[in-house]
Design a protein around this ligand. Structure first.
Ligand code: BDP
Length: 685
């Protein structure tokens, strides 16, 4: 009763009439094919049907009853093949599926099929989802294909069991520098991910330390192989983050120079060894020359030299190198105004566009800084035209309340995916670029930094499960709306009760904005305590080498990033976007302080002065947080008590913490400016 099963809870259906309709089909499953994924699909059907309908389906290999569900890939059995029209067949792509109701004179059945067995598994999960949401599936004819090829999770898990930026307990993979024995939990996790279409998972932190460096040795590969087998059952490949200095640290070489023949050979042999354990191994994720991690710079080589060398080693096996663009100088001088951290990723990688091999993917964080509550989209999207790219977002709520505050992130990611870069004229959105369809890339997709740990409910705050679910749904289909995803999640997790659906959806949909309003204003970011990044500290990163500043003085705040008079960052965008940001009148208000330096008395479009806007949003944010709690209280008795109490407790904590944010921020600006709140509300001085 604590939320362990997440959206696969499969509670008993409420609607008796529908239940009877469903039962007719669900009592018989006709299974074609015997691959592990087909077997898994049938196993999942049984679990779902037993739980939701209270019947145990018969599994057969030829239809006996007039009504049934049949599962199998196309081209294997006439019953399935006949059910699929020629045009339908053309519409089903790799990993996609068709769910179709066929009625003949004497039969009425549901077909779930795809061109590969993974598609069938995805189709089954969708069918179960439809049943749980009590959708009418009579006459259903549904074809879906995944939008992105790579739908990945990045775990920042360390082998000692800790998780970098983890807010839900310890790793579910490792403990005491060993793989855990709790494979049941790993399997349950694989189910959750498979059910939303995730197909790749990096199983260790991008910061690769001593033990994780050894993941690619025979000390750990046998255990990694077992993990890979569990994930494979749900269509998910595993990847490792690797240490660029591995040839030295575990290979006994005296260099890790990517152009050195010994080093190249070492990585080629290493790749061969890994694939001998894990034949479908996905590849390497690499954080190099960033935040003190080793990389090619040591040898006067560039990122392309480093990435291509690894890519050559993986290529014979079909693997890829995912090379991160999170590269900047974390030792910079705050006195130097023009060195702007926001410019770093573009400055580092744009000149290398076209130099990467075709199995290298550059992974770019959504914004130019680092997962702040509000950032513009990284100009590398649309800037790079001859390179495969992945978008990296952070599901784990590092800067967005650490799973103590409610912050539903789907609306944020949608803004990123729908952002128009104008790289090839109007309509060149990030999602199209990342998909690979604008520049014809071989690979591309999205990676989300995972938000799970070994807490009973996986995500710390139970409602934060919606971010994992929503992430999967969005990378499957970025055209789903935030509302649709919220509604699905609530129905699958809690119930179809309208009040519950409306209330919880509303809470989720407002939450990002609420969090934003009581934390750092108008895109400025970073007003957090250094290192752990929780709680307000306005000057925490000011005068600091990490390069994240707000530059507040008694008259103005914000960073002028224009070409005209500032750091020149806006010059990294295509003309239409640059012009929009460059001009204070067309710059979207929520990013005003990111792009411009503005006096506190400046009048915003709403008519409020900047200082008054800061006060208003911070008072209002707390009020809104209080409303979240009241909304939750209004559905008491309609969600399981244990979850109810747990969420209530977190929401209460959120309110207290929102007050702290409000008071620190408001007081800071009151002291800086000496301008009071027009409405005379309490500001500490
Ligand atoms: C930052 C995190 C840090 C990560 C880094 C990264 O604070 O823990 O190592 O990103 O993405 O957001 O490499």
């Amino acid at each position: 009763d604590n939320g362990y099963y997440c959206w696969l809870e499969y509670g008993k259906l409420e609607d008796v009439e529908l239940k009877n309709i469903y039962r007719k089909w669900c009592a018989n499953i006709v299974k074609f094919g015997d691959t592990p994924l087909i077997k898994c699909a049938v196993k999942e059907l049984i679990i779902g049907i037993e739980n939701m309908l209270g019947i145990s389906p018969e599994i057969v290999s030829i239809p006996i009853e007039p009504s049934f569900i049949t599962v199998g890939t196309l081209g294997q059995n006439p019953i399935i093949d006949k059910a699929v029209g020629e045009n339908e067949r053309k519409d089903i792509m790799e990993d996609g599926f068709l769910i179709k109701n066929i009625k003949t004179e004497d039969k009425d059945y549901i077909v779930v099929t795809g061109i590969n067995d993974k598609g069938v598994l995805y189709g089954v999960f969708v069918l179960l989802r439809l049943l749980r949401m009590q959708k009418d599936i009579r006459d259903i004819r549904k074809i879906e294909n995944p939008y992105f090829q790579m739908r990945m999770l990045n775990h920042w898990d360390n082998m000692d069991g800790s998780i970098e930026r983890g807010y839900a307990g310890n790793s579910i993979f490792y403990k005491d520098n060993k793989f855990t024995d709790d494979t049941a939990r790993v399997r349950d996790y694989a189910r959750l991910l498979g059910s939303i279409g995730i197909n790749g998972i990096v199983i260790n932190n991008v910061n690769v330390h001593k033990y994780e460096t050894r993941l690619i040795t025979k000390e750990y590969l046998p255990d990694a192989k077992k993990l890979a087998e569990i994930f494979r059952e749900y269509g998910i490949r595993i990847y490792f983050s690797i240490n660029f200095a591995s040839p030295i640290e575990i290979g006994g070489l005296d260099t890790a120079d990517p152009l050195d023949e010994k080093v190249k050979k070492w990585w080629c042999d290493k790749a061969g060894e890994i694939y001998s354990y894990i034949p479908d191994f996905g590849g390497f994720l690499v954080k190099a020359d960033s935040e003190f991690r080793p990389g090619p710079f040591t040898y006067n080589r560039n990122h392309a030299d480093g990435a291509n060398m690894l890519a050559a080693a993986l290529k014979p096996f079909g693997g890829v190198v995912i090379w991160r663009c999170f590269v900047y100088n974390c030792m910079q001088d705050w006195r130097d105004y023009k060195t702007d951290r926001a410019k770093a990723a573009y400055d580092n990688f744009k000149p290398l566009d076209g130099m990467f091999d075709d199995n290298v993917i550059l992974q770019i964080k959504n914004g130019p800084m680092d997962f702040q509550v509000r950032e513009p989209v990284s100009p590398l999207f649309g800037g790079l035209k001859k390179t495969n790219v992945n978008l990296e977002v952070q599901i784990t709520q590092e800067y967005t309340g650490q799973q103590k505050h409610l912050c539903y992130l789907i609306p944020m990611w949608k803004e990123v995916l729908d952002f128009d870069t104008y790289a090839r004229g109007k309509g060149t959105t990030v999602k199209k670029i990342v998909r690979g369809s604008v520049f014809n890339n071989k690979y591309g997709g999205v990676a989300g930094v995972a938000n799970v740990g070994d807490d009973d409910n996986w995500t710390g705050l139970q409602l934060a499960q919606s971010n994992l679910y929503g992430y999967g749904r969005l990378v499957w289909n970025p055209d789903l709306t935030s509302e649709e995803i919220a509604e699905e999640w609530v129905r699958l997790t809690f119930s179809n009760d309208k009040e519950v659906v409306d209330t919880v959806s509303d809470m989720l949909l407002k939450s990002w904005h609420i969090y934003e309003s009581y934390t750092s204003p108008l895109g400025i970011g970073w007003m957090v305590n250094p290192h752990h990044h929780y709680g307000p500290n306005v000057d925490g990163y000011e005068y600091d080498k990490w390069g994240t500043y707000h530059r507040a003085d008694y008259k103005a705040i914000g960073v002028d990033r224009t070409v005209k008079s500032g750091t020149g960052y806006t010059g990294q965008y295509h003309k239409e976007v640059r012009d929009m940001y460059e001009n204070i009148d067309t710059c979207p208000q929520e990013l005003l302080l990111f792009f411009h330096r503005i006096p506190y008395t400046y009048k915003l479009k709403s008519g409020e002065t900047l200082i008054q806007y800061i006060y208003n949003t911070h008072f209002d944010g707390v009020e809104q947080a209080i409303k979240l709690k009241e909304q939750w209280q209004s559905i008491k008795g309609k969600v399981k008590n244990e979850i109810y109490e747990h969420v209530l407790h977190r929401l209460e904590g959120q309110i207290e913490h929102a007050k702290e944010w409000r008071d620190v921020i408001n007081t800071y600006f009151y002291r800086k400016t000496g301008i009071g709140d027009e409405l005379g509300r309490k500001i500490y001085d």
